[in-house]
Design a protein around this ligand. Structure first.
Ligand SMILES: [Zn+2]
Length: 354
């Protein structure tokens, strides 16, 4: 079965204002590149149309008052914070972005698709239940995670977040839950938005204790150290957690050409990451993976990295081969120490071998 790429032109109608990095061209650049590479010409990757999420589905994460606030903000074209605003097209775009995940999941369950990528905007991982921020209105990935746990008894969801920014909204939404585990790799909050969160001490609370895992990466981290961390944590956590699905906040602002962050990944890192994710998902959850576009602001880096992700998801196609810049040798040593610290911190819940 193919990989589904979910895209809707109405996601271009969400406009954050001239000069804003989270712009409609992000999606058109990716679509143009995918068409140039003729990815839809064979049966491995199919272009799919999302449907809008319903209000009851939104209410699994967001209170009614907040949903109404987003709707009104869209009608009035108002601002949520200094870098997050709504335009007339935002409401519909946000419903489609959130709805794409649920549609993708239904298609996977119906065995029409192996796995899926939601090429959507607005992104979602900074939005918590009651707050739009960091370019995000509704938390797309949390909405699918809650859809799965609400509709399949005893199901569990592993959310992997590889955007350069910490997925603070996602973490906050699921912080006290044990059926939805958050595993985040991101640039250290001491050097990047949102700043206050994403540290290894944040392990969850109450019944969610142990089900929130963060690996903050120093600026300058390249493919090797990131993949080392991912290769240690993802397979071992999945083995012990036994998820029903793996959902991924796929941000591409960790690419070395991206101007918003200090991480230095190449497009090849995203190929290797997606291959690993598929391998782990095939072992534990019938290969059921849904990825959501989060950040990524350099258009060429974004297009090539999304393409490489699709090569990894579908297992077909010739990837873009790219080398990252050299990594400062202190970074590998620092992360080695951090992983040892995590191993100790997580010991009450997870057995990690380094
Ligand atoms: Zn980001």
């Amino acid at each position: 079965m193919p990989t589904g790429l979910f895209y809707h032109p109405d996601c271009l109608k969400h406009d954050m204002g001239f000069g804003h990095p989270e712009r409609p061209e992000r999606l058109t650049a990716v679509m143009e590149y995918l068409n140039e590479r003729k990815v839809f010409d064979n049966s491995n990757i199919t272009l799919e149309t999302p449907s809008a999420i319903t209000i009851p589905e939104l209410e699994r994460v967001h209170p009614k008052e907040y949903i109404d606030l987003v709707h009104t903000a869209s009608d009035r074209e108002s601002r949520f914070d200094s870098d997050t605003r709504a335009s007339k097209g935002s409401w519909n775009a946000a419903l489609l972005a959130a709805g794409s995940g649920i549609k993708a999941w239904q298609d996977i369950k119906a065995r029409n698709l192996d796995n899926a990528f939601a090429l959507v905007r607005p992104p979602g991982h900074h939005a918590n239940a009651e707050m739009a921020r960091g370019f995000c209105l509704f938390n797309n990935i949390s909405l699918l995670a809650r859809h799965i746990t609400a509709t399949i008894s005893d199901s569990k969801v592993l959310i992997l977040d590889i955007d350069a920014h910490h997925g603070n909204g996602t973490q906050e939404i699921h912080y006290t839950e044990s059926r939805i585990l958050y595993l985040g790799f991101h640039q250290d909050g001491r050097t990047l938005y949102p700043g206050y969160s994403g540290y290894i001490e944040e392990v969850g609370e109450g019944p969610g204790k142990g089900y929130n895992i963060n690996l903050p990466l120093p600026p300058g981290t390249t493919d090797s150290s990131f993949l080392q961390g991912l290769n240690v944590l993802l397979p071992q956590i999945a083995e012990q957690f036994k998820p029903t699905a793996i959902l991924v906040s796929a941000g591409y602002d960790a690419h070395f050409r991206d101007y918003l962050t200090g991480l230095q990944f190449s497009a090849t890192a995203f190929l290797k990451a997606s291959k690993l994710i598929v391998e782990v998902a095939q072992k534990h959850c019938k290969g059921q993976v849904v990825m959501f576009l989060e950040g990524g602001y350099d258009l060429q880096a974004l297009a090539e990295s999304v393409y490489n992700t699709l090569v990894g998801l579908s297992g077909k196609g010739k990837p873009v081969d790219e080398n990252p810049p050299d990594e400062d040798p202190r970074i590998g040593k620092y992360l080695g120490k951090l992983l040892s610290e995590m191993k100790k911190d997580l010991k009450p819940w997870w057995k990690i071998s380094l």
